[in-house]
Design a protein around this ligand. Sequence first.
Ligand code: 5GP
Ligand code: ZN
Length: 137
Amino acid sequence: MREEHCIFCRIANGEIPSSTIYEDEDFRVFLDLNPATRGHALLVPKEHYGNLFELEDGLCEKAIVLAKRIAGRMKKALGCDGMNLVQNNGEAAGQTVFHFHLHLIPRYQGDTAGITWTPGKASEKELEELVALLSEE
Ligand code: 5GP
Ligand code: ZN
């Protein structure tokens, strides 16, 4: 299903032009208009899924295999020193376009992408509580 007012539905299906670096029947990979670094690309499904939790498992599997392939190609072609795969779900997590997308962000030594966080400190008790809460029965 496509959503008429979703910008990534329109880009993914070729209604709006994009700087596409890969396309198949399920996905389009195109360059971000506001790149964190040189070569920053977005991998999106052609069907509309709002986020990771909505994305069907089969596409999820295909997406990560495809990301690995494109990231490898980027590494070779751009000569980057590293690669971040970033995937935001929900406003609190920084998602601004509500159509599932995976960021492929080539990293260069000393670049200014700043994909980082302030490390906290987990107590033993906290870790135990979380393991109890999050482990499968
Ligand atoms: P989010 O913050 O939702 O994880 O990422 C959305 C990304 O989409 C941002 O990096 C933003 O620059 C990019 N973006 C938003 N609108 C467009 C567009 O119309 N074309 C392209 N190529 N990228 C877009
Ligand atoms: Zn969409």
